[in-house]
Design a protein around this ligand. Structure first.
Ligand code: BYC
Length: 331
């Protein structure tokens, strides 16, 4: 990240050849691509796809935990959970803004979600059945998100990489609060410990699937890595995550329900069992336990929020119409 490139001054940034050469140089030097830089249409398209899917995941991802705000076991837990769910809304907003810098209006991206055309992370189509599930989501789901997103802080597209920095800081609090919920349950009554174990059993496989399909079935990875959007493959990140969470589950005094999970001295990593990829495909296709419920809830919230959007747009128009110096104030 040392070379600073000035855009070509020949005045033909719109010219594909000059623009492409400038873009290639930015990528080769591991520099950022900014919204005003020329970029190949395919690069723009893949970013709109990934960043908007990511934004949708943050917004849909509010639902499983928001369901627990009224039932959190204490005022303190309720306040923490509300703050976390609000953080996720903020993440969605940064990411929609980053996606908009690529030229696709937010309305269009939101329409793609509401119509069922856009994808969002498979994990949010699973229900949060117990309070321990809220802990498992914080620890495993936010933990997987951090493992995936820390390298994205270095994504070549500037607005995406920069939005990731703040998101990752907040996700670290989220992961910690999830782990702490499980830590307390694991040290509680036998029933509480069992509830924590069952939550982990439910979320272990789906959390590992958040990293996407295996490398040999990931059509986008290679190109995204060549463009410095993704820095590691899906399987590499999944392995890193497993290596990170095994000592943590041991510290909880709990375990993962995976008979193939064991330390492999030769590889210097944990081996783990094959995940249920047919289930993953079904969930991504829209046939998970909660896909329909999640989208219906989002559509209803969108409709109920119409008046807020209208009021905000009217206010913005009014501000734009105001003279820069308000003569009434001077008089
Ligand atoms: N679920 O070629 P691949 C959070 C799709 S929110 C659904 O490997 P790519 C949080 C993929 O989109 C965290 N679909 O794709 C919020 C592609 O489909 P299309 C969300 C998946 O893009 C609230 C196809 O499968 N994080 O933390 O190279 C509360 C082939 O895959 C999934 C992000 O969005 C999946 N799990 O890699 C709590 C991170 N996996 O578009 C927590 C940013 C794959 O070709 N995204 N697909 O039709 C990424 O890093 C990458 O997009 C992925 C996939 C690793 C997810």
């Amino acid at each position: 990240m040392t070379t600073t490139l000035t855009p070509p001054t020949t005045g033909h940034l719109d010219d594909d050849a000059a623009g492409q050469a400038h873009f290639d140089q930015l990528i080769a030097d591991d520099n950022r691509v900014e919204p005003t830089d020329w970029m190949p249409a395919a690069y723009r398209k893949t970013l709109v796809r990934q960043v908007s899917q990511h934004a949708h995941s943050e917004i849909i991802g509010m639902q499983p935990e928001a369901n627990w705000i009224t039932r959190a076991p204490s005022l303190k837990r309720k306040a923490i959970l509300m703050a976390k769910v609000q953080d996720e809304a903020g993440h969605g907003l940064y990411l929609y803004s980053a996606a908009e810098t690529l030229g696709t209006p937010r309305d269009e991206l939101v329409d793609q979600l509401l119509s069922g055309k856009a994808k969002y992370s498979s994990i949010f189509n699973y229900p949060a059945r117990t309070w321990a599930d809220v802990g498992a989501i914080g620890w495993l789901v936010d933990g997987a998100a951090i493992a995936n997103q820390v390298p994205l802080c270095r994504a070549s597209y500037g607005p995406y990489g920069r939005s990731m920095v703040r998101i990752c800081k907040e996700e670290s609090f989220h992961q910690r609060q999830g782990w702490e919920i499980l830590y307390e349950l694991a040290r509680g009554t036998a029933e509480q410990k069992q509830m924590a174990q069952e939550a982990i059993n439910r979320f272990y496989g789906p959390a590992l699937q958040m990293f996407g399909p295996p490398d040999d079935e990931s059509p986008n990875s290679q190109q995204s890595m060549a463009w410095n959007i993704k820095r590691f493959s899906n399987d590499e990140l999944r392995q890193r995550f497993v290596d990170m969470i095994v000592p943590q589950v041991e510290a909880l005094g709990l375990s993962f329900e995976d008979p193939d999970l064991k330390w492999n001295e030769e590889r210097g990593h944990y081996d783990f069992g094959e995940l249920d990829w047919s289930e993953f495909k079904a969930v991504v296709r829209g046939n998970g336990p909660c896909n329909e419920q999640r989208l219906n809830h989002r559509r209803a919230a969108h409709d109920e929020g119409a008046w807020v959007r209208e009021a905000a747009a009217a206010y913005a128009r009014r501000q734009a119409d105001q003279p820069v110096v308000d003569s009434a104030l001077i008089a």
